[in-house]
Design a binder for this molecule. Sequence first.
Ligand SMILES: [Zn+2]
Length: 184
Amino acid sequence: MSDKILIPGEYVGPGEVYAEGTTTYADGDEIYSSAVGKADEAESTVKARVSKPELKAGDIVYGTVFILMDSFAILNIYPEEKDGKIPAAPDEGKIPVRAMSEGFTPSTRDAVRIGDIIRAKVVRIEGNKAELTMAAPELGVIKAFCSVCRAPLEKTAKGLVCPEGHMERRKTANDYRHYGKIRF
Ligand SMILES: [Zn+2]
């Protein structure tokens, strides 16, 4: 990877070395950049790459639930930092009820509630939304708030409980409330 930053219209290199792609265009046998980025000589293909990576399947995001229906939840999402960069991402993520846990979840309300903070994995990007899953032990709610008194819920042997004794159910991540510092 060259350290030279390319701007749109700038010469990247000869067509036999550099490929035409989403961030480049061809003019005859020559390739030019159509984005701001660096020339990337990976294996046999070489492309101008935008400096900011895009959110993609398999990436981890954090988010807060703000819409909750029986069959899905909508979160605002913040991608996890990757190699010191924050991927460009849609503002919203959707988790269908079938992806709420490894097992069967009858209703989203058995797994999440409005205001919960969640770690999820990207399944695919669809337009301006990321479809997400919580179906893995390390995925799910990392901090939940009591739906009665709004106090944070503590994980106990009996389940999640608030200081006033309200018991609630969530699909928690295995590091619930012990996730350390999250870098966005
Ligand atoms: Zn409570």
